[in-house]
Write a protein that binds this ligand. Structure first.
Ligand code: GLY
Length: 372
């Protein structure tokens, strides 16, 4: 069941190991990277009690000594102050240029620690040990690191690839169902953006994946990571194909901003709703079959996921308000909104040429359905 996906980036290539027992084997996987038998782990207060001891024991089995910094949980940690605290702690610990830091946690920890590693002594190596499904299939792979600004999410950061990713499927067992399904939104995204067979496989296997079948979960993570690795190898810095990974994200970012980046809408939930809206938009533009958006929505609904704007609790801005929020997206280029559109399930492309009136009609109908 255990698999390895290689991210091919010349001298910065690395493996993503996917499977079970990886925390216990962490020392074996990490020791080839080390020049001395010592590592530094950064985690957060929710993940630490669940997985830190397994990781440390796995390292100790190879006589690797480890010290740990535990940060507060949540998106707020992607800040200058927690970044400063992390970097200063690593300096205080006398971490050297050739040492390795381990990020144990979800996307917040991975992004923050990756950025700390990028700037510490002009760049040290780091290993991602992602503990959420979203981090395993998306944020731990591909080298996007960073923190948030009052002006928006992920606006300060660097591309800095990890040296290794250990995606232990067993840690997903400890995820609350809502977090698991939010991560599954990113998994569905991969099928929709580039692999119709994968989407069809998810339609069949999705319920067993949600119920906890470990080998199906490993296969879903492997296929997602393989697709991301292939895209990142072609376009590391997002000048081209990598933008396809943003399917659903233009809508998602507006909805996240409208809900104040709060628990009302998790990022992966916004991605799922955004994918459904991107297919609706594509259908209205005559690009894909009318059945495609219904099929996307049917799968999300059958998984018990947030699918429509009506699934978001509380008030939302009107269509004009949502369009204004979209215009603040960091992916706006020369003032033009950019969307990933679909010709079919599994066939997508990037467009800066979507008439605002069609976007407004999609949003108005989605908001009207909310009021019924
Ligand atoms: N999460 C999208 C990317 O890594 O490009």
């Amino acid at each position: 069941m255990n698999a390895t996906v290689r991210v091919e980036l010349d001298e910065r290539s690395y493996d993503v190991r996917i499977g079970t027992g990886l925390l216990a084997e962490s020392g074996e996987w990490i020791s080839p990277l080390l020049t001395r038998s010592r590592v530094w782990i950064v985690t957060e207060e929710n993940v630490g009690p669940l997985h830190l001891s397994s990781l440390k024991e796995g390292l100790a089995r190879q006589d690797i000594q480890s010290d740990t910094l535990v940060l507060p949980a949540g998106e707020r940690s992607k800040s200058w102050s927690e970044l400063g605290r992390t970097v200063e702690w690593l300096l205080e610990q006398k971490v050297e240029r050739r040492d390795v830091v381990i990020a144990l946690g979800g996307g917040v920890i991975g992004d923050l620690v990756g950025f700390a590693a990028a700037i510490l002594r002009r760049g040290i190596r780091f290993v991602q040990v992602p503990t959420s499904l979203l981090a395993q299939v998306d944020s731990s792979v591909g080298g996007k690191t960073g923190i948030n600004s009052p002006f928006g999410k992920n606006l300060i950061g660097a591309f800095h690839q990890p040296s290794l990713v250990l995606a232990d499927i067993e840690v997903l067992t400890s995820l609350p169902e809502r977090d698991f399904l939010a991560g599954y939104g990113e998994v569905v995204k991969y099928g929709l953006l580039g692999d119709a067979d994968f989407f069809e496989w998810l339609e069949i296997k999705g319920p067993d994946i949600a119920r906890g079948d470990v080998s199906l979960r490993a296969e879903a993570v492997r296929r997602s990571v393989q697709m991301k690795a292939d895209i990142v190898a072609r376009d590391e810095h997002e000048f081209g194909d990598r933008a396809l990974l943003n399917l659903g994200h233009t809508f998602c970012h507006a909805l996240e901003a409208a809900t104040g980046f709060s628990d009302r809408l998790l990022h992966g939930e916004g991605v799922a709703i955004g994918c459904a809206l991107a297919f609706e938009l594509s259908s209205r533009l005559g690009l894909c079959a009318q059945e495609d958006p219904s099929r996307v929505r049917a799968h999300l609904k059958s998984m018990g996921m947030k699918t429509d704007l009506s699934d978001i609790p509380g008030d939302l801005p009107d269509a004009d308000g949502l369009l204004t929020l979209m215009a603040q997206d960091k992916k706006v280029l020369n003032g033009q909104l950019r969307f990933v559109l679909a010709k079919a399930i599994g066939t997508t492309f990037v467009s800066s040429d979507v008439p605002p009136e069609v976007i407004l009609s999609v949003l108005n109908d989605a908001l009207a359905a909310r009021r019924v």
